[in-house]
Structures are given as structure tokens and as C-alpha cells.
Design a protein around this ligand. Structure first.
Ligand SMILES: Cc1cc2nc3c(=O)[nH]c(=O)nc-3n(C[C@H](O)[C@H](O)[C@H](O)COP(=O)(O)OP(=O)(O)OC[C@H]3O[C@@H](n4cnc5c(N)ncnc54)[C@H](O)[C@@H]3O)c2cc1C
Length: 404
């Protein structure tokens, strides 16, 4: 009898597992989104360097899937309940790849007044807020008024914070120039630790620091955000508080495990991640597998944890192990390796670490596009996107006045 394989989550872990399993089996993928999202290029979508179809192909284009929102999982009865569907889905093998959500860490006003940056809609909303702020600057404004009205803060100084802040600063400066406004925008990055991107190697960090300077991003380290309101933020640095008025604040200061995982009675680590065996099976449930941002796999270097490159590598092991499980063969384990680093640094530059070598600047930007083309799902999609980037270019789309 064919075993029913149910995959929850259509991101890096879930989608690539489904593709790895191929169409020959009884596989159902459940996701609350109708598209996959190649999140490492969400910054380029914000700036208009890429279009939605490049980085967010429709799931129907990639595989025959179903779109639903998972409400609950019952590992005992082997059933998953979906929102707006009365009948639960039964499975023989379950793959859990529901990913992470934004962690606001209990900071006052954070969830209410900041923008997250994880989805296409988040990027659309941020782009709109930047455009609206620009539209509110009268042409004859004094430089300090322009700066005040165009103050944006990015909370969190990890790779995401750096990539986002440099992209926003370049886009805003370009728009200020095009609209012949006086003055400059102000983009701040707020980080609690004593430096940005702590896990990053020294050589690539040099490019990051140069890019932050070139994009004129204001970096505040050893600084915490203590409060957010509709109009601004309160920062704390060395016990002194400062209030800054902002046009918008983006929160990229951390993630936490998907709330659905909190309801699952399985073994977890102190952050609530599901502890998996080297075969990616959930402890105590041999027919349940977990991967990506919700799984804790002890043999992984800390810099690889919570990354697309880990979920991507795990998906190929997982697909092989699910096949082995249903066919009664022995399951395997694998050592996951760092595939390199690639950071977007504004609209003109990037930095790429690959095979121990670091390159930066416009060439690295091209290398990053080439590298990411090869990591998109399916050959067909890669070819279409590669051709589009090659022939039509990847110029940023300026922040035009709304209704333009
Ligand atoms: C802006 C951004 C940039 C990033 N850049 C990089 C990078 O450059 N390099 C890198 O290695 N990593 C990067 N990451 C991290 C990387 O994207 C994640 O580590 C990776 O996506 C994890 O894969 P996953 O399958 O665990 O989760 P995800 O890819 O997040 O997939 C989870 C899926 O579950 C679905 N889902 C969630 N809840 C439900 C529900 N209740 N019902 C149904 N479906 C649900 C979601 O819609 C999604 O499809 C970035 C992340 C972000 C947000």
C-alpha cells in the first residue's frame, strides 16, 4: 500500500523535500502561502532589482500542491487539522518544516509599531512607507527637515539588519536626488552587542563596514530599544535614554520557533526547537521528521543554524531518508557544511565568501546573483530567471511618488 507523506511548510525545508521526493509518491505539501519565497533575495525585491516571480514562484508552477493553513498536529492519531477544512488529513509519514516567526522579545510597542521583514507583503509595505515618507517632504524643505522626515531605524545588527539598512539607505538617497530635495535620509541600525554581524569572518566584515560607511548608515552598537510608539523609538545606551522620531522602524532582531511547534509534545531544546536524530527523525516518533528553522540538530556549527543553506542541505537527506523509511531500508545521516556567505550591501555592491576567498563590490553583486540563480528551485525556473536577469538586467526600481 502507498504510504501517505504529508509535508507541512512550503519554504526551503518543505519545498525542497517535496521536490526531492519527486512525483512518484503520495506526497501532499501544505503551506499557508501560494508561493515559495527565496528569502535571501527579499532585499532585492524591496529595491526592485528583482521581480516577485523571480524569487517567489507559484507553488503550482513547481509542484502539484495544496495551500492551507495548519491549525494543529496530532502525532498520536497521525492527523493534521487545517484551518477552514473540517476533515483532518491523515498521514503515514509527517515532515514538519514550518519555519520561524519574528521574535519581538517582549519589547514595549515592538509588535504593534514595527514592520517585520519576512514576506513579499512585508517588503511591499516597507517600500510603500519609504515612498510615503518621501512624498511628505516638501520640495523646499531645509536639509534637517528632510533628514527628520526620512529617518528610518532597523532593529537588529545581524546580516539581515546590515543588508536591509544598506539597501534602504541607497534607495532613499537615490530618491532624494531624483526629487531634487535638499539634505539626506537617515538610516540607523540598532544593535545590542558591541559589534554588527558577530558570526562573520574578519575579511568579509571589512566589506560590510566599508559598505555601511558608503551608504552612510548610522550604526549604534551596545544600544537597546526600550520602547516603540507610532512616531518613534526610545533607545538606551550606557544607561542614558534617547528618543528619536522615525518614519518607520523595521524589526529584524531575531526569530522564534513557529507557535504551532510549542503545542507539540516532543523533545525540545531550551529555545523550543525540536531535537532531531542524525536521520532528522523526531525523537520518539520514527515516522515524523523535522528540519530547518524549527529543528535542533546537535552536529551543526552555530553559524549554520537557522539558515536557508542548512534547510536546503537537510532537505536532500530528508527526502532520501523518507524514501528509505517507506521502503524499509536503513536511514542515513550527513554532516552539513557551510556553503559560503553572500551578503547584499546596498544596490550596487555585495560581498561573497566562497571556497575560502572573499570578493566585494559590483563584481560580488553579480556573483551573488549567479550563485542564487543556481539555488532556485527546479531547472526550468532557474533557466527562466537566469535568462531574465541576464537579458533584462537587475537595475533597482526607483521610489517613484505614489500614484505615479
Ligand atoms: C529576509 C530574510 C533573509 C534571509 N537571508 C538568508 C541568507 O542570505 N542565507 C541563508 O542561509 N538564510 C537566510 N535567511 C534564513 C532562511 O530563509 C531560513 O533559515 C529558511 O527559510 C528556513 O527554512 P524553513 O523551511 O525552516 O522555513 P521557511 O523557509 O520559513 O518555511 C516555512 C514555511 O512554512 C509555512 N507556514 C508557516 N506556518 C504555517 C502554518 N500554520 N500553516 C501552513 N504553512 C505554514 C510558511 O509560509 C513557509 O512556507 C533569511 C531569512 C529572511 C527572513
Amino acid at each position: 500500500m502507498r504510504q501517505r507523506i504529508l509535508i507541512l511548510g512550503g519554504g526551503f525545508g518543505g519545498l525542497f523535500t517535496a521536490l526531492g521526493l519527486g512525483g512518484a509518491r503520495d506526497v501532499t505539501l501544505v503551506s499557508d502561502e501560494d508561493h515559495f519565497l527565496f528569502k535571501p533575495m527579499l532585499y532585492e525585491y524591496l529595491s526592485g532589482e528583482v521581480d516577485a516571480w523571480h524569487i517567489a514562484p507559484d507553488c503550482k508552477e513547481l509542484l502539484d500542491e495544496r495551500m492551507h493553513f495548519v491549525a494543529a498536529m496530532d502525532l498520536g492519531t497521525r492527523k493534521v487539522t487545517l484551518v477552514n477544512r473540517s476533515e483532518p488529513i491523515s498521514y503515514d509519514v509527517l515532515v514538519v518544516a514550518l519555519g520561524a516567526v519574528t521574535n519581538y522579545a517582549g519589547v514595549e510597542g515592538a509588535e504593534q509599531f514595527t514592520l517585520p521583514f519576512r514576506t513579499l507583503n512585508d517588503a511591499n509595505r516597507l517600500r510603500r512607507r519609504m515612498t510615503e515618507a518621501l512624498d511628505h517632504v516638501p520640495p523646499a524643505s531645509a536639509p534637517q527637515d528632510t533628514r527628520g522626515k526620512l529617518t528610518f531605524a532597523v532593529i537588529g545588527g545581524g546580516a539581515s539588519g546590515v543588508e536591509l539598512a544598506t539597501k534602504m539607505a541607497d534607495l532613499l538617497r537615490d530618491a532624494v536626488k531624483r526629487r531634487a530635495l535638499h539634505g539626506e535620509p537617515r538610516v540607523l541600525v540598532i544593535e545590542m552587542a558591541d559589534r554588527l554581524v558577530p558570526g562573520m569572518g574578519q575579511e568579509i566584515r571589512r566589506y560590510v563596514e566599508d559598505a555601511l560607511e558608503a551608504s552612510r548608515v548610522e550604526v549604534h552598537t551596545e544600544t537597546s530599544v526600550v520602547k516603540l510608539t507610532a512616531g518613534g523609538i526610545t533607545l538606551e545606551h550606557q544607561n542614558a535614554h534617547t528618543e528619536i522620531e522615525t518614519a518607520a522602524v523595521v524589526w529584524v532582531a531575531g526569530v522564534r520557533v513557529n507557535p504551532l511547534i510549542e503545542q507539540l509534545a516532543v523533545e525540545k531544546d531550551r529555545r523550543g526547537l525540536i531535537i532531531v536524530e542524525p536521520t532528522l527523525q523526531v525523537r520518539g516518533h520514527e515516522n515524523v521528521f523535522a528540519l530547518g528553522d524549527i529543528a535542533f540538530y546537535p552536529d551543526v556549527v552555530p553559524t549554520l543554524a537557522g539558515t536557508a543553506q542548512l534547510a536546503f542541505q537537510q532537505s536532500s537527506l530528508l527526502a532520501r531518508n523518507v524514501k528509505a523509511f517507506v521502503e524499509g531500508r536503513e536511514l542515513k545521516s550527513k554532516h552539513f557544511v557551510e556553503l559560503g556567505e553572500a551578503v547584499s550591501l546596498g544596490t550596487e555592491r555585495a560581498a561573497v565568501l566562497s571556497a575560502g576567498k572573499v570578493i566585494g563590490g559590483p563584481l560580488a553583486r553579480q556573483a551573488r546573483f549567479a550563485m542564487y540563480t543556481s539555488r532556485l528551485p527546479t531547472w526550468h525556473h532557474r533557466l527562466r530567471v537566469g535568462a531574465s536577469w541576464f537579458f533584462e538586467g537587475t537595475e533597482p526600481r526607483p521610489l517613484q511618488p505614489l500614484g505615479f
